[in-house]
Ligand binder design. Structure first.
Ligand code: NAD
Length: 359
C-alpha cells in the first residue's frame, strides 16, 4: 500500500476555486491509475478568509499547511479587498504563508508546447525545445536588506542594502544542483560577480560545492548576459539558479517565452521535500465565475508537486503527457484559442486532460 500523502488544498479567491477543482480531479485520477494515496483537506486563505475569519491567513490554515506534506494553492486577491488596510489584504497573507512555512526558493518552469509556439513573441526556431526551470532565492538579498534615506550634499539619497550569508547561498544552490540532477544535468548559476561582493560570495560558494555534484555541468553566467541569452538561446538552458532580485526579473522574462499566463506552474520550497505549489497567475477577477479560466497551470503545478515533493515521476509524466496530447489535438481554453467561439470551458478542459491521462 502506498503511503498516504497529506495535501492542504487552499483554493482562495476569484478563479482559484475553479482551477483547483480541476487539479483535485487529477489527484483522484492519479490514485486510480497509479495506486498513490492522497488525503486532501481544505483551508481558507486570502479574501475569503478575511470575509469569514477576519484575517487573510487564519491560524488553522497555517496549522493545516504545517501538518501537510505539500500545499496546493489557487490564487488570492480581488478588487473587493484592494482598499483594505495592509493587515487585511490578501497579499499580506501570501507573504505571511511563505515566511511561516520557511519557503526559501521559488521554482518556475518555462516549457514550450510546440503547438502553442505562435502564442509567443519569440521566433519558433529560437524557442523550439525550450524546457527550463528558474530557481530563485526568496528570502534574502536586496528586497530584505536594510533600507533608509539620508541627506547628502546633493540632496536626499536612498540606500538599499543587499546581504547574503554563506548558508543562505548554499541551501538554494544545492537545491539548484539537485533539481538539475533530476533533469538534463546542466546548471547555470547567475550572478554579477564582476561588480557585486554578494555575487562574489555566491560564486565562491557555488564553486566550493560543485565538486559534490560531478554529474552536473556548471556554467557561471553574468545576469545581464543571461537576460540576453534567454532570448537568444533559451533551449540551451536546463536549470538556472540565482539570487532574489535577479530571479524575480529573469523568471518573468523566462515565463513570457511561453506566451500564456494560464499555462505556467510554480513551486515554493523549504527544507526537505515540503513545498507549496500554485499557478503563476492571480485570481483573474475579470473572468471569475464564468468557466473561462484555463486550469492547465494549476494541473501542471500538481505534476511539479509529484516530481519535487513526492518523487512520483510516473504520475508527473502522465499529467504532462496528457496536457501535451490535449493541446496537440487542438483543444483550447479561451485565453489560448485562436477561435474563441470554439474554446472549451474550465471543466471541459479538465475533463479532456483526465481522459488523456494514462499509466
Ligand atoms: P491575473 O494573473 O489574475 O490576471 C491577468 C490577466 O490574465 C487577466 O486578464 C486574467 O483574466 C488572465 N488570466 C490569468 N489567469 C488566467 C487563467 N488561468 N486562464 C485564463 N486567463 C487568465 O493578474 P492581475 O489581474 O494583475 O491580478 C488579479 C488579482 O490576483 C489581484 O488581486 C492580484 O493581487 C492577485 N494576484 C494573486 C497572485 C497569487 O495568488 N499568487 C498572483 C498574482 C496576482
Amino acid at each position: 500500500m502506498a503511503e498516504v500523502k497529506k495535501i492542504a488544498v487552499i483554493a482562495g479567491d476569484g478563479i482559484g476555486p475553479e482551477v483547483v477543482a480541476e487539479a483535485e480531479k487529477v489527484l483522484n485520477k492519479t490514485e486510480e491509475l497509479f495506486g498513490y494515496k492522497f488525503e486532501t483537506e481544505h483551508g481558507l486563505f486570502g479574501g475569503i478568509a478575511i470575509d469569514e475569519k477576519g484575517t487573510p491567513l487564519p491560524e488553522e490554515t497555517l496549522q493545516l499547511c504545517r501538518n501537510a506534506d505539500a500545499v496546493l494553492l489557487g490564487a488570492v486577491g480581488g478588487p473587493k479587498w484592494d482598499n483594505n488596510p495592509k493587515e487585511l489584504r490578501p497579499e499580506t497573507g501570501l507573504l505571511g504563508i511563505r515566511k511561516e512555512l520557511g519557503l526559501f526558493s521559488n521554482i518556475r518552469p518555462a516549457v514550450i508546447f510546440d503547438c502553442l509556439m505562435e502564442a509567443s513573441t519569440i521566433k519558433p526556431e529560437v524557442l523550439k525545445g525550450t524546457d527550463l526551470i528558474v530557481v530563485r532565492e526568496l528570502t534574502g538579498g536586496i528586497y530584505f536588506g536594510e533600507k533608509f534615506r539620508r541627506d547628502s550634499a546633493n540632496g536626499q539619497e536612498a540606500v538599499d542594502t543587499c546581504v547574503y550569508n554563506v548558508s543562505e547561498v548554499e541551501r538554494i544552490v544545492r537545491q539548484g544542483f539537485e533539481i538539475a540532477q533530476k533533469r538534463r544535468k546542466k546548471l547555470a548559476s547567475v550572478d554579477k560577480a564582476n561588480v557585486l561582493e554578494t555575487s562574489r560570495l555566491w560564486r565562491e560558494t557555488v564553486n566550493r560545492i560543485a565538486p559534490e555534484y560531478p554529474d552536473v555541468e556548471l556554467e557561471h553566467v553574468l545576469v545581464d548576459n543571461c537576460a540576453m541569452q534567454l532570448l537568444r538561446r533559451p533551449s540551451s538552458f536546463d536549470v538556472i539558479v540565482t539570487e532574489n532580485m535577479f530571479g524575480d526579473i529573469l523568471s518573468d522574462e523566462a515565463a513570457m517565452l511561453t506566451g500564456s499566463i494560464g499555462m505556467l506552474s510554480s513551486a515554493s520550497l523549504g527544507e526537505g521535500s515540503f513545498g507549496l505549489y500554485e499557478p503563476v497567475h492571480g485570481s483573474a477577477p475579470d473572468i471569475a465565475g464564468q468557466g473561462l479560466a484555463n486550469p492547465i497551470a494549476t494541473i501542471l503545478s500538481v505534476a511539479l508537486m509529484f516530481r519535487l515533493t513526492f518523487g512520483y515521476e510516473d504520475a508527473a509524466d502522465s499529467i504532462e503527457r496528457a496536457v501535451k496530447q490535449v493541446l496537440d489535438a487542438g483543444h483550447r481554453t479561451a485565453d489560448i484559442a485562436a477561435d474563441r467561439t470554439k474554446a472549451l470551458s474550465t471543466v471541459q478542459m479538465g475533463e479532456k486532460i483526465l481522459q488523456a491521462m494514462t499509466k
